[in-house]
Design a binder for this molecule. Structure first.
Ligand SMILES: Cc1cc2nc3c(=O)[nH]c(=O)nc-3n(C[C@H](O)[C@H](O)[C@H](O)COP(=O)(O)O)c2cc1C
Length: 216
């Protein structure tokens, strides 16, 4: 398996250099490909994976607060901070809504590794966007990426999740759990992010470098 360093070199840095990205405008003396091998931000980005098996303990709230602070420091349109964020680490909530989910999807629940509908995580951050602002989903996405990366840099795994939100918005029996999130008027749940201490080490999924084109 390729290491993150070789992935960086082959998918990021060599193409950049070959396409002339390594000129003086975009690369200073302190930003050489060699330096990128020890760059902590690049390491965090390249080693992060979605985690779907977690140790039982929730992430403590002080640590979650750091992750959330990183989230709200994301770039966002006009600094509107067009998100609403709800953090749930209450097992009663997570297990309660999972019981509703299990009734609807008994086959999923039959999986011996199934612990809850949030990919088995003990902590879930729900993110809602401002429906009146067209850039709000982008704000919310960047917020989430900051959280995911800051978490990973501290050894905390995560998984962005869309399917539990669809379930909560469409399943009448889940309505009380949606209501408990107290999403403000004019906002709508967009996605959630599961957090916890990883109990698996999944391999990287391949990325399609051909999606990138430099336009001259
Ligand atoms: C908007 C969004 C929604 C996602 N929804 C789900 C989901 O419902 N269930 C799930 O297991 N993973 C979900 N994922 C995780 C992706 O499957 C995962 O990020 C992708 O396969 C790439 O793998 P990696 O994160 O390990 O690099 C979602 C990711 C994003 C960004």
């Amino acid at each position: 398996m390729k290491t993150w360093k070789s992935v960086v070199m082959t998918t990021l840095l060599f193409p950049l250099m070959a396409c002339g990205g390594g000129n003086t405008q975009s690369q200073t003396a302190s930003e050489t490909p060699q330096d990128s091998e020890t760059n902590q931000v690049i390491e965090t980005i390249m080693t992060r994976r979605s985690i779907r098996q977690y140790k039982p303990q929730a992430v403590n709230r002080d640590t979650m607060q750091i992750i959330l602070d990183c989230g709200i420091n994301a770039p966002n349109g006009q600094n509107k901070q067009s998100w609403a964020i709800r953090v749930v680490d209450n097992p009663e909530y997570i297990n309660g809504i999972t019981e509703v989910y299990k009734k609807k999807y008994p086959k999923m629940a039959a999986d011996p590794d199934f612990k809850n509908m949030f990919r088995n995580a003990p902590t879930v951050v729900f993110i809602a966007n401002d429906k009146s602002y067209d850039m709000s989903p982008i704000d919310c996405g960047l917020l989430g990426e900051n959280m995911v990366l800051s978490a990973w840099s501290m050894g905390i795994g995560s998984c962005c999740l869309g399917s539990p939100i669809r379930f909560m918005q469409t399943e009448p029996e889940a309505a009380e759990y949606l209501k408990r999130l107290d999403i403000p008027e004019g906002y709508e749940l967009l996605y959630c992010i599961a957090f916890g201490y990883p109990d698996e080490t999944p391999a990287a999924k391949p990325r399609d470098v051909s999606k990138i084109k430099f336009v001259d």
